[in-house]
Design a protein around this ligand. Structure first.
Ligand code: GDP
Length: 196
């Protein structure tokens, strides 16, 4: 069962600040503006739990959310792919994210969010390369599915699965969602609950 009452636990900018390893962790990653905060808020039923981080240059943090009635912790990873991100910012993102991915045995799966209108882009591939390298299981979640026609969505799901076929750590099932239209959220909640 997916927990009902989620709360902010902590923010981490450095691996030394990571909270004690408890139960299971799952994380959300994606390009800035992909709809990550909207999805986390819709899943947990808490408006404003995850805040949009679309200001380039903002401190990059891992945000942890927990609930009393579940051993699952949700981790909101910093967005990537800002158009004008300076190299130091990209390097800082890679360093924080990679050290987290490598050093967190309780991390069961990373949900990589992909905007249905755009599909997988070069920086999504780079993020997936890191996940493959760290050998952390990841699953693609398409966001904003309300923005494209059902036929287009079906094609995109098939094309995306094909792109993932040779990736070692990719989970071979895609979940299509819309935070706005409440689509696919129960499926994603069930997937998360099954990892506990
Ligand atoms: P983040 O930067 O990844 O956290 O993205 P946000 O959650 O802030 O969303 C970015 C923009 O996409 C906002 O304008 C949202 O209103 C919009 N958005 C997010 N989810 C959906 C969705 O399911 N459907 C539609 N149509 N728009 C969405």
């Amino acid at each position: 069962m997916f927990a009902k009452r989620w709360d902010f636990q902590t923010s981490v900018t450095d691996m030394r600040q990571l909270p004690d390893i408890g139960g299971t962790e799952i994380a959300f990653a994606g390009r800035s503006n992909v709809g990550k905060s909207s999805l986390i808020n819709a899943l947990t039923g808490r408006t404003g739990l995850a805040r949009t981080s679309s200001t380039p240059g903002r401190t990059q943090m891992l945000n942890f959310f927990s609930a009393e009635d579940t051993p699952v912790t949700i981790v909101d990873m910093p967005g990537y792919g800002y158009a004008q991100a300076p190299k130091e910012m990209v390097d800082a993102w890679t360093k924080l994210v990679f050290s987290y991915l490598r050093g967190r045995p309780t991390l069961r799966r990373v949900f990589v969010l992909i905007d249905s209108r755009h599909g997988i882009k070069a920086n999504d591939k780079e993020a997936m390369d890191l996940l493959d390298k760290a050998a952390v299981s990841y699953q693609v979640v398409l966001t904003k599915a309300d923005k494209i026609k059902p036929g287009q969505l079906e094609r995109l799901e098939a094309e995306t699965l094909e792109l993932l076929r040779k990736r070692v750590a990719a989970f071979p099932r895609i979940i299509s969602t819309s935070s706005e239209k409440n689509k696919g959220l129960d499926l994603l909640r069930a997937e998360i609950a099954s990892l506990a």
